[in-house]
Design a protein around this ligand. Structure first.
Ligand SMILES: CC(C)(COP(=O)(O)OP(=O)(O)OC[C@H]1O[C@@H](n2cnc3c(N)ncnc32)[C@H](O)[C@@H]1OP(=O)(O)O)[C@@H](O)C(=O)NCCC(=O)NCCS
Length: 168
């Protein structure tokens, strides 16, 4: 899988990335890439660090990833012990592989590259990376666990989302 790589989303490639789609059954797991790109702009304007990447197989765009830094999980509940991981750490906010390219090892390779990027400390060096997923999302859940992400909330704590943390 050495032809998988990440490229920053810019005005040159955003339209290719916006066109990528998950399957109908997966649409409940994340918003469209267009919505995520719009949200990234809003969050940046609010002063947060957000990185948006196209995932490429050779020259072909096949997926999308969005990473934030020091994003409060729940700004209203900052003192909750569970959420301490989310401060000054990297949030893998969005991650998807287009339905035409799923199940071929691309997601696993892309996650490896995302973690390599985070380990370069693009904002500051951090102890943790974290992410959230729907408890029904068994493919993502198993994939993240295989990289060492540990679940720190249970489904039902905050909707049906599970928060998982990786010590870098
Ligand atoms: C999660 C996702 C990114 C994985 O990408 P992918 O390219 O299909 O993943 P890979 O082919 O690298 O497979 C990763 C693992 O999942 C398994 N897997 C992939 N698709 C599967 C499926 N439909 N059923 C069962 N297992 C599956 C693979 O066997 C592999 O396990 P292994 O490495 O232990 O053999 C992709 O399914 C996706 O975009 N899903 C919709 C969006 C989403 O849910 N994003 C996460 C939000 S938190």
């Amino acid at each position: 899988m050495d032809n998988i790589h990440l490229e920053r989303v810019t005005y040159l490639n955003w339209h290719d990335i916006e066109k990528l789609r998950v399957t109908g059954e997966q649409e409940c797991f994340l918003p469209s890439n267009m919505e995520s790109l719009a949200y990234a702009g809003i969050v940046r304007e609010a002063g947060f660090h957000v990185f948006t990447f196209g995932i490429y197989m050779g020259e072909k765009p096949i997926g999308f990833a969005m990473i934030g830094y020091d994003i409060p999980y729940d700004p209203d509940d900052d003192l909750n012990e569970v959420y301490r991981f989310t401060r000054s750490s990297y949030f893998i906010w969005r991650f998807m592989i287009d339905k035409r390219y799923q199940g071929r090892g691309c997601g696993r390779e892309a996650m490896r590259l995302i973690l390599d990027f985070i380990k370069t400390a693009p904002c500051r060096k951090s102890e943790y990376a974290w992410l959230c997923y729907d408890s029904e999302n068994t493919v993502a859940r198993k994939l993240y666990a295989s990289f060492g992400f540990e679940e720190v909330t249970e489904a039902g704590d905050v909707d049906d989302e599970i928060l998982a943390v990786l010590k870098l």
